[in-house]
Design a protein around this ligand. Structure first.
Ligand code: IDP
Ligand code: MG
Length: 165
């Protein structure tokens, strides 16, 4: 099945100069990159991205982490697209806990657990189609993606704008 998935290189990945390594690993999947940008993550975006974890004890530290509080204040956001994209990227990413992740996975190779207990695991990848849709629409506008993934509508502001329908 052709799918799309959101991939983030988190602030620790950028701080550690792992961008090239991670993109090389992701290219092993032979999926297409159909969107990419560098984002300075606002508190609102961080909280919305991780909203399903808001009751977890590590939530506040997680928000600081993804905003780059302890690292560079930026994230590289990408959409990968192709056959079984979600599973292919998740397999390469590895388990959430970097100490449990397969040693040759991206998280296993580069992740760590901080003294504050946050899993700094270098990358994010969507886990299912519903999550991918929610996350891609949160991080990207329709015109930033070179493939038409989801329905759009035109709204008339000062000029016409295409937004997620
Ligand atoms: P995932 O990133 O593998 O999908 P989620 O459960 O969605 O895992 O958690 C989102 C992020 O929150 C993780 O990537 C990791 O950075 C952090 N995290 C998740 N569970 C824990 C935990 O038990 N302790 C500390 N940090 C965690
Ligand atoms: Mg997740």
């Amino acid at each position: 099945m052709i799918q799309q998935t959101l991939v983030l290189i988190k602030p620790d990945g950028l701080k550690k100069s792992l961008t090239g390594n991670i993109l090389t690993r992701l290219s092993e999947t032979k999926l297409d990159i159909i969107a990419a940008k560098i984002v300075k993550v606002s508190k609102e975006l961080a909280e919305e991205h991780y909203r399903q974890l808001k009751d977890k004890p590590f939530f506040n530290e997680l928000i600081k982490y993804i905003m780059g509080y302890y690292h560079k204040q930026k994230v590289m956001a990408m959409v990968y697209w192709g056959e079984d994209a979600i599973k292919k990227v998740r397999d390469l990413t590895g388990a959430t806990n970097p100490e449990e992740a397969d040693a040759v996975s991206i998280r296993g190779a580069y992740g760590r657990i901080t003294t504050k207990g946050v899993y700094e695991n270098v990358v994010h990848a969507s886990t299912n189609e519903a999550e991918a849709e929610r996350e891609i629409k949160l991080w990207f506008k329709p015109d930033e993606i070179i493939v038409g993934l989801y329905p759009v509508k035109i709204i008339k502001d000062t000029q016409e704008k295409r937004v997620w329908a």
